[in-house]
Design a binder for this molecule. Structure first.
Ligand code: TYD
Length: 134
């Protein structure tokens, strides 16, 4: 099942020295990047996220290690594995997400189309569900 998970595949450039992956805004992902942040050193039993956004568009990439993500649009729930440095998971607005099962070496890179704004967060699942009912 991949109804909720949309992926962006990035070109891996490599030569005898090693590998390189470049992500260009508006070309490899469909927005301009205003903010990047990364999640790392997460204990294996910890889950993060537990929110959706009113407007924010993001792409998540496990640039090291792996983790799992639960996606929920208010109707369907889906679990995906993030384990590729050259593949980004689309995390559009109004998609509830929870990240869990972080490997020790996991670095989860997040590209966002806007600055941090707490008022854009929906942290109450019941509120999220009520907003998804048309
Ligand atoms: P939070 O969004 O709760 O993390 P997650 O959803 O991944 O579990 O963010 C943790 C803290 O960091 C919270 O106090 C808000 C702050 N923060 C920023 O200041 N800027 C940011 O870009 C992000 C993502 C979080």
């Amino acid at each position: 099942m991949t109804e909720l998970a949309k992926w962006f595949d990035f070109n891996q450039l490599g030569d005898e020295r090693g590998l390189l992956c470049a992500i260009e805004a508006q070309r490899c992902i469909p927005f301009s990047i205003k903010r990047i942040y990364y999640i790392y050193d997460t204990d294996s039993g910890v889950a993060r996220g537990f929110h959706a956004h009113h407007k924010l568009d993001q792409v998540l990439i496990a640039v090291s290690g792996n983790c799992k993500v639960k996606l929920d649009d208010g109707v369907i729930t889906e679990h995906v594995v993030l384990d590729s440095r050259t593949r980004g998971l689309s995390m559009p607005a109004m998609l509830w997400h929870e990240m869990y099962d972080f490997s020790d070496d996991c670095v989860l890179l997040c590209l966002a189309d806007d600055y941090y704004d707490e008022s854009d967060y929906i942290r109450d699942y019941n509120e999220f569900q009520s907003l998804t009912i048309v």
